[in-house]
Ligand binder design. Structure first.
Ligand code: 8ID
Ligand code: ZN
Ligand code: ZN
Length: 350
């Protein structure tokens, strides 16, 4: 039985506050499903949305969230391949046109009509969320809904970014922002893909997590290092630097440093989205090292099912803590201070 009203975390205006409210449950349109969200991860993107950090406005009022895992409870009349009772994930790309040049080439994130969960349409910080059936992630019933939630943005994104980096098994990648949500999953995906990881972040908790739980062989603390570039290069066997750098930090500075320490022929991948950030890279060194600088944005539906398959096979074990939906503000407060090692997941029943 689908209720008429539900609990949600809502912002009325950019800047917040985020409020615990009773709001209406929406009905799915013809090509949509309604998902009873059980758990939702909290991504730094959700905080960027509250703060209005990016040159793209959100809808208002807004229900944020785009790492939602739950159970399909209703579907529109055109939906044939998702059943009531199926487990499904609502991700950042809530829907896309499926017809444009980019959609045809399975670059759905580049679709100019893409709907963004928790940004241009209401997201997963509510008990019942709408998504286009074509884009919901199909979750096998043996997958735990709390643990898989962070895979639905962080996991897909870092898996795609690692593929885009071109790094091959046996090679070394530096993960910048390794202690956060994307960074912690990046180390697990990298390891599963046969890559060796150098983790870069700050503090003892994150050092311990990266070295002891996530499988990185070296950790560089950016808050105490005298020279991050030198320390990262020194952590590679021959001192020439990592084959790829995966930038998932939320500050601009590390984006300025990566070209300095990436290995000749290596690739720097931008994924983090710090507010107002620009990048400068030294032209001379970039040329004579033949480096590649590129960017990566979430993943398509195939990247999604591949990233989920890694999780289902038990290869991705990243730490997460679970709190009630109503505690979202305290999660944002910790995130703002850089105090979260790993990911927070919200239980929508609390
Ligand atoms: O598709 C995409 N490109 C995509 C998808 C999902 C998320 C992009 N993102 C973006 C988010 O919007 C956000 O800007 O990736 C960024 C990271 O998201 P997150 O992992 O959810 O954030 P977090 O958990 O707060 O982790 C950020 C980490 O960066 C570290 C912090 O200590 C924290 O652990 N960090 C900072 I700030 N400065 C650093 C530095 N100089 C740094 N780590 C290393 N060096
Ligand atoms: Zn995200
Ligand atoms: Zn399209």
């Amino acid at each position: 039985e689908i209720p008429k009203k539900q609990k949600a975390m809502v912002i009325e205006k950019t800047g917040g506050p985020v409020e615990f409210k009773d709001i209406d449950v929406q009905q799915p349109g013809p090509d949509e499903v309604l998902v009873n969200i059980k758990y939702s991860g909290v991504c730094h993107t959700d905080l960027h949305a509250v703060n209005g950090d990016w040159p793209l406005p959100t809808k208002l009022p807004l229900v944020g969230g785009h790492e939602g895992a739950g159970v399909v409870v209703a579907r529109g009349e055109l939906v044939k391949d998702v059943e009531i009772g199926d487990h499904a994930g609502v991700k950042w790309i809530n829907g896309s046109c499926l017809a444009c040049d980019f959609c045809q080439q399975s670059d759905e994130p580049l679709c100019s009509k893409a709907l963004l969960s928790g940004y241009t349409v209401d997201g997963t910080f509510q008990q019942y969320c709408i998504a286009k059936a074509a884009h919901v992630a199909r979750l096998h019933k043996d997958i735990p809904l709390d643990g898989v939630a962070p895979v639905l943005c962080a996991g897909i994104t870092v898996y795609k970014g690692l593929k885009e980096s071109g790094a091959k098994p046996g090679q070394t990648v530096a993960i910048v922002g390794a202690g956060g949500g994307l960074g912690s999953l990046a180390q697990q995906y990298a390891k599963a893909m046969g890559l060796r990881c150098i983790a870069i972040d700050a503090g003892e908790d994150k050092r311990k997590m990266c070295l002891e739980q996530l499988g990185s062989y070296a950790f560089v603390d950016f808050s105490t290092s005298q020279n991050v570039a030198k320390d990262v290069q020194a952590a590679t066997e021959d001192g020439l630097g990592p084959h790829a750098v995966i930038l998932v930090a939320t500050a601009e500075k590390p984006f300025q440093q990566a070209a300095e320490y990436v290995r000749p022929r290596g690739t720097v991948v931008f994924i983090g989205l710090p507010a107002g950030a620009y990048v400068r890279a030294p032209v001379f060194e970039s040329v004579v090292k033949m480096i590649t600088i590129r960017a990566s944005y979430v993943g398509n539906r195939k990247d999604t099912s591949e990233a989920l398959d890694f999780y289902r096979r038990g290869l991705i074990k990243a730490p997460f803590k679970t709190v009630g939906l109503s505690e979202l503000q305290s999660v944002y407060d910790m995130m703002h201070k850089g105090q979260i090692a790993g990911r927070y997941v919200l239980d929508t029943s609390k």
